[in-house]
Write a protein that binds this ligand. Structure first.
Ligand SMILES: [Zn+2]
Length: 117
C-alpha cells in the first residue's frame, strides 16, 4: 500500500501527461450522488474503502478513493501523519472529508457511536 502523500505526485504526473480528462471521466464513472454525498461505486478494498489503481513509474499503485479526492480538493499532498475523517460517517463518501490527527479520528469514532445510528 502506497503512502497517501504519494498520491499528489501520481496525480500531477497524470495531469502533466495530458490525462486530466481521462482522470475526470474515470472518477465520474465510479461515483454516484446519494443526497448530499458523492459515493464511490467502483472497486473496493478489503477494508470497505473505495480503491483507485494507478500505473506510475512502471508499477501499479493502489490508493484509497477518498484519499485521492482529499488530495484533489486540497491541491497539496496529504501529510502521512494525518488521517482522513468521513464527516458524514459513510466510508464510501468522497466528498465530506476532513484531515484529522490519529487521536482526533479515534475520538470522533467513539463520539459518533453514541450519536449516530
Ligand atoms: Zn458524505
Amino acid at each position: 500500500m502506497a503512502k497517501q502523500s504519494a498520491i499528489y505526485e501520481v496525480l500531477h504526473s497524470i495531469i502533466d501527461r495530458g490525462g486530466k480528462e481521462k482522470l475526470i471521466a474515470r472518477i465520474e464513472r465510479n461515483t454516484q450522488w446519494e443526497g448530499d454525498c458523492l459515493i464511490w461505486v467502483g472497486a473496493k478494498k478489503r477494508n470497505g474503502y473505495g480503491a483507485l489503481n494507478f500505473k506510475h513509474g512502471g508499477k501499479h499503485q493502489q490508493f484509497s478513493a477518498h484519499a485521492v479526492f482529499a488530495t484533489l480538493m486540497r491541491c497539496a499532498p496529504i501529510p502521512d501523519d494525518l488521517e482522513i475523517d468521513h464527516i458524514c460517517n459513510n466510508r464510501l463518501c468522497v466528498r465530506h472529508l476532513q484531515l484529522v490527527t490519529r487521536r482526533e479520528n479515534l475520538e470522533l469514532r467513539e463520539c459518533r457511536k453514541k450519536t449516530i445510528k
